[in-house]
Write a protein that binds this ligand. Structure first.
Ligand code: SF4
Ligand code: SF4
Length: 116
């Protein structure tokens, strides 16, 4: 079975502001809308995942479990575009510093090619 280091990590869900175009959370306009209780308004065009807009210790309220241990996205099928687009370091054979930064902020070592 392939191992996926993202499973249980979750560091990027508690490091960045996760913002998306407002329509992604609209019932009827998106195939997999972000649930209404998990986003907040950011600008007239943008919303963000609740909890990720905080200046200190941002953390998506959709994240369950403990970062680096058993974290998981509770709305995986309805997660917004930035979550779908975020690439873990070396998942595609290339280093991604945003993943490294998020992991470092939670005391986790950067991923290596051999982690995949
Ligand atoms: S993309 Fe990086 S920071 Fe995000 S869950 Fe995967 S390994 Fe962790
Ligand atoms: S929606 Fe899911 S994948 Fe996106 S930040 Fe929240 S917990 Fe992480």
């Amino acid at each position: 079975m392939l191992k996926n280091p993202c499973v249980s990590c979750g560091a990027c869900c508690a490091h960045f502001r996760v913002q998306f175009y407002w329509r992604e959370a609209n019932q009827g306009e998106s195939e997999h809308p972000v649930p209404a209780h998990l986003f907040e308004e950011l600008t007239p065009q943008h919303r963000c995942m609740k909890g990720t807009g905080k200046k200190h210790r941002p953390k998506c309220e959709g994240l369950k479990g403990r970062i680096g241990k058993d974290a998981c996205c509770s709305i995986y099928l309805n997660r917004p575009t930035p979550c779908r687009a975020f690439t873990a370091s070396y998942a595609d054979g290339v280093k991604h510093t945003r993943c490294d930064d998020a992991r470092a902020a939670h005391g986790l070592l950067p991923l290596k090619l051999s982690d995949w």
